[in-house]
Design a protein around this ligand. Structure first.
Ligand code: NAI
Length: 341
């Protein structure tokens, strides 16, 4: 299905320029008026690859659209609500669909606690994507990502339009947190820190590979604290917001980075590698259908899925634990869709 290379090669893939394809893309955001949706809409308005920005939400999207539409970049912006089947118009012709719709965590909640509410929302939105923009690249932000991505996959399969190369669970927030947090510990420049983060997007399923960074000899106690902070960094924000939600601004930045990478690859301008939670061919023999790996993107979506490469024993143990949890999270998503039939 996809080809493989080592994570070493993946990390060293350069961004190479060509100007063969036009950058002329429609992006739609579902859940555009929310805490993530608004700043994400702003950031996508600033992206020069986007010429058509469609903002959909069950409430508030026309206001967000009117606001960002005054920014003098190349794209036109329209906002849609549920009336007059707004979601279909928003989605038609989309090249990239980004989904931050759903409820966020409150203090004391895990991402899995969101399942009951968000599973139905994401299944219904996936159905609309299948009907209106079946060829779009789909970026799923709504939690729990470990289960919502399998839900989207099952819905698309049932509609006969599933393309595993174009479905991405957005784990970029874990990646940017890892860069930031390791730089704080080591006193380095965060913009120069790259940490491969694999597995999934919740607690112990988030596996940052510190041994593959220049900081592999960081003392164990400090390293364990760093890994714990990367895995549970979202809790810091949930606690600080004190009931008002979870990460929105850093998440919008992460989502915009992932969307920009997908758009760059679509346009043929660059060859880009991002870790992302995908229908992953590398671990299916172990019963793990979805797993976040470093992935190289091209005009048709995923072109290569990279092995994570050599790891230390403690990381191998973390990966094994992550896989056990992921199997259950993935199964939960699959069973949810089956139960709706
Ligand atoms: P929010 O509550 O501020 O915004 C969610 C938006 O979705 C609201 O505007 C709401 O009206 C809209 N919405 C609800 N049902 C909808 C539907 N059927 N169709 C269209 N829009 C709908 O929540 P926030 O903070 O923006 O978070 C959104 C999701 O993103 C949550 O599930 C949260 O857990 C997740 N998240 C994911 C992260 C990641 O790293 N992947 C990080 C942070 C949050």
């Amino acid at each position: 299905m996809f080809s493989r290379t080592s994570s070493f090669q993946a990390r060293n893939l350069a961004r190479c320029f060509s100007t063969s394809l036009p950058s002329n893309y429609k992006v739609s955001i579902l859940g555009a008026a929310g805490g993530i949706g608004q700043p994400l809409s702003l950031l996508m308005k600033l992206n020069s690859d986007v010429t058509d920005l469609a903002l959909y939400d069950i409430r508030g999207a026309p206001g967000v659209a009117a606001d960002v539409s005054h920014i003098p970049t190349n794209s036109t912006v329209k906002g849609y609500g549920p009336e007059n089947d707004g979601i279909s118009t928003a989605l038609k012709g989309s090249d990239v669909v980004i989904i931050p719709a759903g409820v966020p965590r409150k203090p004391g909640m895990t991402r899995d606690d969101l399942f009951n509410t968000n599973a139905s929302i994401i299944a219904s939105l996936a159905g609309a994507v299948a009907d209106n923009s079946p060829n779009a690249a789909i970026l799923v932000i709504s939690n729990p990502v470990n289960s919502t991505v399998p839900i989207v996959s099952e819905v698309l399969k049932a509609k006969g339009v599933y393309n595993p190369k174009k479905l991405f669970g957005v784990t970029t927030l874990d990646v940017i947190r890892a860069s930031r947090f390791i730089s704080e510990v080591q006193g380095t420049n965060p913009t120069e820190e790259t940490v491969t983060v694999i597995g999934g997007h919740s607690g112990i399923t988030i596996v940052p590979l510190i041994s593959q960074t220049p900081h592999k000899s960081i003392p164990k106690e400090q390293r364990d604290a760093l890994i714990n902070r990367i895995q549970f960094g979202g809790d810091e924000v949930v606690k600080a917001k004190d009931g008002a939600g979870s990460a929105t601004l850093s998440m919008a930045s992460a989502g915009a980075r992932m969307a920009s990478s997908v758009l760059s690859a679509l346009s043929g301008k660059t060859s880009v590698t991002e870790p992302t939670f995908i229908d992953n061919p590398l671990y299916k023999s172990e019963g793990v259908e979805f797993f976040a790996s470093p992935v190289t993107l091209g005009p048709e979506g995923v072109t290569e899925v990279h092995e994570y490469g050599p790891v230390e024993d403690y990381e191998a143990e973390m990966i094994s634990i992550a896989k056990d949890t992921l199997k259950k999270n993935i199964q939960k998503g699959i069973e949810f869709v089956a139960s709706q039939k």
